[in-house]
Design a protein around this ligand. Structure first.
Ligand code: FMN
Length: 260
């Protein structure tokens, strides 16, 4: 049996995770597909076969898989399909996220064969992890992708392999993310880009200045896509958040890789 196709799957509001997942896929010498779970709206169930592989990536939110991503991953169904797990994080910590991603995918019928935890720019405070993944990180990612390629070939050749082990603790840490609010300035011209792009439809269909704070996951997508730069976290709040994160985010973290 040969691996016929690899699908890069991601939930990636500000596209750090998308970039890493697509970078890994690009190194694999098989037919490639992509599945973006970020946009809002209804989705069908997705089924993957034994002769396929998936590279699944999510950002880390509060040391966990974002609840929205966890929900959307339940639409994926494998049949012992080989899976490579990817978490990206803003140079603080990835804590239980990789373990959580592994548990979710195993439950959905996938067989994890490799995993990566990759520091990126922090999408709330971009001073942390600035310019990551950098040249050195990309080199390591390339090496990892090659190892994944080899493992997939071994799988296809029916080599016996064990179970992937990744860091993390059970029970998983409590899901907690900072309750931040996005402010909209008068330069908003009502173009509705944010409304279309919000992964959870938290922005009012009629007035982009109104956000449902119960729905909003503070993923920073609306801030990134706004052509007028009209959306942001208020300066004073940013000052406090930056100060709070400074100690834990300043020291450089290295990407970590795990392979069967
Ligand atoms: C709500 C929220 C919570 C976050 N929590 C963490 C965290 O616990 N640890 C960390 O290092 N980075 C954290 N980050 C930073 C993101 O994980 C990081 O920037 C990620 O690469 C964003 O991925 P994306 O560009 O695919 O959306 C958080 C970001 C957001 C928006």
């Amino acid at each position: 049996m040969n691996i016929k196709q690899v699908t890069g799957i991601y939930f990636s509001p500000t596209e750090n995770t998308k970039t890493v997942v697509e970078g890994i896929c690009a190194q694999l010498p098989v037919k490639r597909e992509r599945l973006d779970l970020t946009d809002p709206g209804q989705r069908p169930e997705y089924h993957f076969l034994e002769n396929e592989a998936v590279i699944v990536g999510v950002p880390v939110y509060g040391g966990r898989v974002p609840a929205t991503a966890a929900e959307r991953l339940k639409k994926l169904h494998g049949r012992h399909t080989a899976a490579v797990l990817v978490v990206t994080y803003g140079n603080r910590a990835y804590e239980d996220s990789l373990l959580e991603l592994k548990l979710i995918l195993e439950r959905q019928g996938f067989r994890p064969i490799g995993a990566a935890a990759v520091p990126t720019e922090h999408n709330i405070v971009p001073d942390f992890g600035k310019g990551r993944p950098d040249k050195g990180d990309k080199k390591k990612l390339k090496q990892f992708s090659r190892m994944v390629g080899t493992r997939l070939w071994e799988l296809a050749s029916n080599y016996r392999i064990g179970k992937l082990v990744v860091p993390g603790h059970r029970p998983l840490k409590k899901y907690h993310v900072l309750p931040l609010k996005i402010k909209v300035s008068s330069s908003c011209d009502g173009c509705k880009t944010c409304i279309k792009k919000c992964p959870v439809q938290a922005i009012s269909r009629t007035d982009p200045k109104v956000t449902d704070t119960q729905r909003c996951i503070v993923c920073m997508r609306c801030v990134k896509v706004c052509p007028k730069k009209a959306r942001r976290i208020p300066k004073m709040v940013m000052f406090v958040v930056r100060h709070k994160l400074k100690k834990v985010c300043s020291e450089r973290k290295e990407p970590e890789f795990f392979i069967l």
